[in-house]
Design a protein around this ligand. Sequence first.
Ligand code: SAH
Length: 252
Amino acid sequence: MIHFVGAGSGGADLITVRGARLLGQADCIIYAGSLVNPDVLQYQKEGCAVYDSAGMTLEDVIALMAENEKAGKDTVRLHTGDPSLYGAIREQMDELDRLGLSYDVTPGVSSFCGAAAALRAEYTLPEVSQSVIITRMAGRTPVPEGEELRKMASHGCTMVLFLSTGLLEDVERELLAGGAYTADTPAAIVYKATWPDEKVFRCTVGTLAQTARDNHITKTALITIGNFLGNDYERSKLYDPGFTHGYREASR
Ligand code: SAH
């Protein structure tokens, strides 16, 4: 059996209980060494073969999985955060389907959740933003038409940018071109969220590039943008004493 497992955003104890159990049973672990915290490998059993996929192609990974299956071995394919975001998991699953090999998927704590925790923030504040856009700046990987950052930025809602830390001049320009954020809109760079060396830099849309430069941040960071980082919001209706809902009568 092949198990795709989300390793979580960094801290080794952020993997799910199921993920850790699967790691403990695996005969072979293929992990994304560029981003998965190697501390997560502590859950492996003795004699487990461990491969870093950083130097492997899709074909190499699939060939190794197929070989393990033939030998009746359990494989864990360990992805950073949650595999559903920028995980290149679909192409692996399609290849396994083609070969008739079965697999399952165990989710993980995505880095965008880790970043919110690092910021002690809530992405969806009443009257501020009720939507989160997860996207990236077009770089070597293009984004489809209609998903240009400036279009995404026209909503002014909470935004989390993956894979964009090296392109912050372009990011600033595109965010402002969207027309909903200003140079003063709060923003934050979260470096290595939930890792032991996590760092948080609060800044504004207009100072994103400068902040990254000043602090030598070039990768393994998320950019968060929006007024959820500010101090104005409305209390939630759910916990408002004057609001009745299915589980509670208003008390005043
Ligand atoms: N599947 C992963 C994302 C993989 S894409 C997830 O759910 O988090 C890799 C990008 O994710 C990095 O370039 C960076 O932008 C972001 N990233 C991954 N881990 C991170 C972390 N701990 N802190 C901040 N950003 C992180």
